[in-house]
Design a protein around this ligand. Structure first.
Ligand SMILES: Nc1ncnc2c1ncn2[C@@H]1O[C@H](COP(=O)(O)OP(=O)(O)OP(=O)(O)O)[C@@H](O)[C@H]1O
Length: 288
């Protein structure tokens, strides 16, 4: 891979870690980055929607992307799994450096043309706004990504499917009907199934695009509990319009506006003492 740098991913600027936070920031080691967005610009054809965005993503944390509709949150999220490559004419500039989980592995630039987009989709699980299970059984939904990796051994599949369903806090509810259609699950269960499907291939990053916007408060709370439990295993990036959800769940929050990263920092700093007037206006409902 020609574009693989040899130096480690750099540490985040002090501003993202120099204030007291929600939870205890002493428990968050923000110096260890799982990924780092560096000067990323993105174009749908000739339309530029991201303008030199930078964002450090500490490992084993939840980072929320907030901002008004159309500011580029989902576009940024989809850069991580190279979804934009599915449509001709789109192009990226800049780098998203990913620090692989393996010891002594060099960081890779997700956006490098030398990196296989399919590989990135397997290494970064994604969950969308509306639950989108495949028209298959519960079991086969979770096994799908494993089969794409040519894992067909029944006992290995059984083990990985159970582990993913347990991680997504769904196992107890479905263990007796694994071979029933996924469409027979409730909306909240279907969304947890989509999380299990995303987790089955042991992703390095979990990308959640408004994962609870179609769910009721109880199902939302189960997804949030699950995120808390999961962040010790996988680094999470979530797009949300729900400010309370960002304040409840995220260790770090990033505010975007018109395709630019306006401000990022520990969630409590962003909500309590935003440094940029635009952030404050957005959070107080003056626009958006
Ligand atoms: N396939 C596309 N082709 C052209 N422009 C697009 C495409 N998808 C999104 N856009 C534009 O890119 C900009 C950013 O959209 P994006 O969906 O990333 O914003 P967002 O912040 O996630 O919005 P929302 O909160 O409403 O989901 C918008 O102006 C949108 O119209």
């Amino acid at each position: 891979m020609s574009n693989v740098p040899t130096k480690p991913v750099s540490t985040p600027p002090a501003e993202s870690n120099d204030f007291p936070g929600r939870g205890d920031p002493r428990l968050i080691d923000a110096s260890k980055l799982k990924a780092e967005v560096k000067n990323v610009s993105f174009f749908y054809g000739t339309k530029q929607v991201l303008h030199s965005v930078s964002l450090p993503i500490p490992q084993h944390t939840i980072t929320a992307l907030i901002g008004p509709s159309g500011c580029g949150k989902s576009t940024l999220l989809r850069c991580f799994n190279r979804m934009h490559d599915l449509y001709p004419g789109n192009h990226y500039e800049g780098e998203i450096m990913l620090q692989p989980s393996g010891i002594d592995q060099a960081p890779i630039n997700i956006l490098s043309p030398d990196v296989d987009p399919m590989e990135m989709r397997l290494r970064t699980g994604m969950v969308f706004q509306k639950p989108n299970p495949f028209p298959k059984s519960i079991y086969e939904n979770v096994a799908y990504g494993l089969r794409l990796r040519f894992i067909n051994n029944r006992s290995v599949l059984n083990e990985r499917v159970e582990f993913a369903l347990r991680s997504a806090a769904l196992w107890d509810e479905v263990k007796d009907r694994l071979h029933h259609s996924a469409f027979k699950l409730s909306g909240g269960q279907q969304q947890r199934l989509c999380v299990a499907r995303a987790l089955a291939t042991d992703p390095e990053l979990l990308l959640l695009d408004e994962p609870t916007s179609a769910l009721d408060p109880i199902a939302t709370s189960r997804i949030e509990d699950m995120m808390f439990a999961l962040k010790h295993k996988v680094t999470i990036l979530i797009v949300t319009h729900n400010m309370e959800q960002a304040a409840r769940c995220a260790d770090f929050t990033s505010f975007m506006y018109l395709g630019q990263m306006i401000e990022r920092g520990h969630t409590s700093q962003i909500f309590q003492t935003p440094k940029n007037p635009l952030t404050e206006k957005y959070l107080t409902g003056s626009f958006g």
